[in-house]
Ligand binder design. Structure first.
Ligand SMILES: NC(=O)c1ccc[n+]([C@@H]2O[C@H](COP(=O)([O-])OP(=O)(O)OC[C@H]3O[C@@H](n4cnc5c(N)ncnc54)[C@H](OP(=O)(O)O)[C@@H]3O)[C@@H](O)[C@H]2O)c1
Length: 358
């Protein structure tokens, strides 16, 4: 196969084995798809989980991963006009939704659906762009469940209305803080103390140390002093019971609709949801048309504009690994060992081949 017909991939040949670099046939995009030359890919906890357990993998060899940034090589005939060959983009590239190895992020060229693509403005690098897709998808799916919409972010919050983000130094939490700020909420957040200034810089009004034994009282007292009403929480990671108890305590004597806690990971199966709280695992729409509509709202109507206006920035801190596809497996081990306010991004070093654009 020529260079135009094939590309390299970090491939999972079997459950529980390291990723290895293989050569794959380069696919052609369907009517509403794009073929992207990947310049940077970001890692997420679900990636090492999939590698090690085979979670959600239908067939091998598999290509896992969700987050890419790169350049459009070719676009299907029914894609929107802005998505032409040569355009710099970030995209949710996940075999979770489309099925098949052509759609997984950890390869040099990947197919994506056009509604999961945001054009990158000049000031945002590929490395920065790669951190957004899964974090935006997951955070927005939680906010939407709680009644907030990416397409109507301005003025959603009333005066003195707040939300909290638990685990705000995680990838999802850091973006959720920015989203909440853009929506106009007073934002309370939790993180380890060394990250408090950084989280405030992303838009949080108050940041608490989730390890403090009296963190619940601190948050309730602060809300009272600030005159802030908090009815929505986003649990990005950490202690879901404590997050739910805080949300319940923040209700005080308030009657009426339950407060809402969106939970990205269910980490505690034994937990008890307080009476005043409705909680749900963050899940994308299961209906295909609804999923497309949700993605369009997130990536086309929201993220693209917010990147251009600089209302959201790449978060949390980024560690760049420049070793190319060969380094993805080791980078996953590093993520699995635990990160603190850090997104790991692998930069693919091979220069973009301009002749590939068609
Ligand atoms: N539902 C979905 O569709 C979906 C999609 C994607 C991811 N997820 C899940 O969402 C979770 C977050 O993913 P991520 O990539 O954002 O995680 P991440 O960036 O790897 O999270 C690392 C952060 O976790 C924080 N943390 C650890 N223990 C904590 C605790 N007890 N309380 C508060 N924060 C704590 C650390 O904070 P400090 O350093 O400040 O201590 C650290 O910064 C993962 O479990 C992931 O699998 C779910």
């Amino acid at each position: 196969m020529s260079e135009l017909e094939s590309h390299q991939a970090a491939t999972l040949t079997e459950k529980g084995t390291p990723l290895t670099t293989t050569t794959r046939k380069t696919p052609t995009p369907g009517p509403t798809e794009l073929l992207i030359e990947v310049h940077a890919l970001a890692l997420n906890p679900v990636d090492h989980h999939q590698r090690d357990t085979g979670f959600f993998i239908q067939e091998y060899p598999a290509i896992i991963g969700s987050d890419v940034a790169g350049v459009i090589i070719s676009s299907g005939p029914s894609t929107r006009a802005a998505l032409r060959p040569g355009t710099r983009v970030t995209a949710l590239a996940s075999s979770f939704f489309n099925g098949g190895a052509d759609y997984g992020a950890f390869q040099r060229r990947v197919l994506v659906s056009e509604e999961t693509v945001s054009v990158l403005p000049d000031g945002v690098s590929f490395v920065e762009g790669a951190v957004f897709p899964l974090a935006a998808f997951t955070s927005w799916n939680g906010w939407v469940w709680a009644g907030l919409l990416p397409t109507a972010t301005a003025g959603l919050a009333g005066v003195g209305e707040g939300v909290f983000v638990w685990g705000a130094s995680s990838s999802i939490g850091a973006l959720a803080v920015q989203e909440a700020k853009v929506m106009g909420f007073v934002v309370y957040a939790t993180a380890s103390p060394q990250h408090h200034d950084y989280i405030r810089g992303l838009g949080a009004d108050r940041v608490f140390d989730y390890k403090d034994t009296d963190v619940l009282d601190q948050i309730v007292r602060a809300a009272g002093a600030d005159g802030v009403s908090i009815r929505i929480g986003y649990h990005a990671t950490g202690n879901q019971q404590l997050a739910a108890d805080v949300l319940d305590a923040l209700r005080g004597e308030r009657e009426g609709e339950k407060s809402k806690l969106a939970i990205a990971p269910i980490l505690d199966l034994e937990w008890k949801v307080p009476d005043g709280v409705e909680a749900a695992f963050v899940y994308p729409p299961q209906d295909r048309a609804e999923l497309k509509e949700r993605n369009r709202a997130i990536f086309v109507d929201w993220l693209e504009g917010k990147l251009a206006s600089k209302q959201v920035v790449a978060s949390p801190h980024i560690k760049v690994i420049k070793g190319g596809l060969e380094s993805v497996n080791g980078a996953l081990d590093e993520l699995k060992a635990g990160v603190s306010c850090l997104k790991i991004v692998v930069e693919l070093t091979k220069a973009f081949v301009a002749e590939l654009i068609s």
